[in-house]
Design a binder for this molecule. Structure first.
Ligand SMILES: [Zn+2]
Ligand SMILES: [Zn+2]
Length: 145
């Protein structure tokens, strides 16, 4: 998997450009998503960060994710709602493949300009379009075995 490393300044700039007041916990949570492109759930983020951030609460992680999503820095990938929602740093336009057997989410490159679909009517401003393919991954189908 590709490794991503960001400086504190890069993360500060990203937050202030989006109008989000930087705090140590917000930066920690955003850095985790930027450097770990594994589409984690809120529990996975919380459990990964807790050892180095003992004062962090699950509620803080959840509220921060919602705030970062509202500011357009990250996005949620609905996989049935509730705690199963997965989170992704949205630095580039891409779709996702969700394995309905193991729940693994994989990035899928797609060209939104050449994808044919009906745009919302006049008066609606589109900020993003989510493409989620659902099916069975190679590990689950046994194709790689
Ligand atoms: Zn699978
Ligand atoms: Zn993704």
């Amino acid at each position: 998997m590709q490794t991503y490393i960001f400086t504190t300044q890069e993360i500060l700039d990203l937050l202030s450009d989006a109008g989000v007041k930087p705090s140590a916990q917000r930066m920690t949570i955003l850095r985790y998503l930027m450097e770990n492109r594994i589409h984690p759930t809120v529990d996975e983020i919380f459990k990964s960060l807790l050892p180095d951030n003992p004062t962090l609460s699950r509620t803080t992680v959840y509220n921060t994710l919602r705030l970062l999503e509202a500011s357009g820095i990250i996005r949620s990938i609905g996989t049935g709602g509730g705690d199963g929602t997965r989170w992704d740093y949205s630095d580039h336009d891409h779709g996702h493949f969700l394995c309905t057997s193991c729940g693994h989410v994989t990035d899928v490159d797609y060209d939104s300009a050449s994808t044919s679909f009906t745009l919302p009517p006049e008066g609606y401003t589109v900020h993003s379009a989510d493409v989620i393919f659902k099916g069975i991954c190679p590990e689950c189908s046994g194709a790689l075995k």
